[in-house]
Design a protein around this ligand. Sequence first.
Ligand code: GLA
Length: 372
Amino acid sequence: MTDQRIADLTDALDGPDGLRFVRAPGRVNLIGDHTDYQDGFCLPMAIDRDCLVGLRPTDGGRVRARSLELSGTVDVAADGSDDARSVEPRWGGFVAGAVQTLVARGGRVPGLDLVVSSTVPAGSGLSSSSALSVALTMALGDTAGLELDANDVARAALDAEVRATGVPGGLMDQLASVHGVADHALLIDCRTLAVEPIPLPREVAVLVVHSGVPRTLAGSAYAERRAATERAATRLGIASLRDANLRDVQDDAFARHVVTENARVLAFAAALRDHDVGALGPLLLASHASLRDDFAVSTPELDLLVDAFVAAGALGARLTGAGFGGCVVGLALATKAPRVLDRTVERYRSASGREPSAFVVQAVEGAGRVGP
Ligand code: GLA
């Protein structure tokens, strides 16, 4: 699969001379949403949907980029002088953002021809943007003479995304993309950036269904929610809600979500370590209820989809990512997974009138160089 895509990128770049390739996966977050920007815990996994970048240094100070899936040609200055927010086509903002963030870190980005190709569905909550910006940041960082470790790449990629979109995201998506481990979920402490890979039970399959309602972070209340949690921390006189306890936040539903979600992530991680499969589903459902009732980021479609998963025999399910549309993640016994997925899709389709798309995802290795 990757070999064919590398061959396609090689063709698009007129042959293999001087080419290098970087791959960065998308992610699905199993549990722990809207906690990362409050120094909390989350538990994502890198998935077998990824963004591939092929690139070759060129003379001249321009970075030229094309995509095998998206239209338009990007052409920005390698010195970072383009404003990432006004680059056309819009996805080129991520290229300009990556150039800028690397230049700001002391890198000298050479002229480059590059082509990107992604299998991460866009606007779904599976971090297609982070896969793109991690792949670009890693690939360009390499050519710019910078020695970036995995956390540096994640931070630089987040910076590139913020430059491109103006959305003040947290670091979960980029950390999941760089630290992915095959067959493992990643317990991330967003305060220390410690990452603990935890094996996923073999008998459990991870299912993702897109609600058919696109989600754009920029157009959502993401920044508003984040600001509400910051106000709550300030009111409590603490650096972040990581340090709050349930008594402190009893009367603030947004803050209460963050505090209870952190506890659910740790309980979920403990259940994985103990191989207590029975505990996983109820924690997913409790997370969804909290995101719906306290944090108010669900939609009627996402709620329907969670109900459809449960009725179809899943262990549990929840919205994943920022919310406001996009995907639901569900867990099911692997032996039942195909049936659960079919039934979920059927039920959701007839209840919502929307056209869902469904995937079974595997946990894979994090971003890195691939190919010849
Ligand atoms: C988006 C952001 C992440 C995180 C999630 C919600 O995916 O990019 O940093 O805040 O929303 O958990």
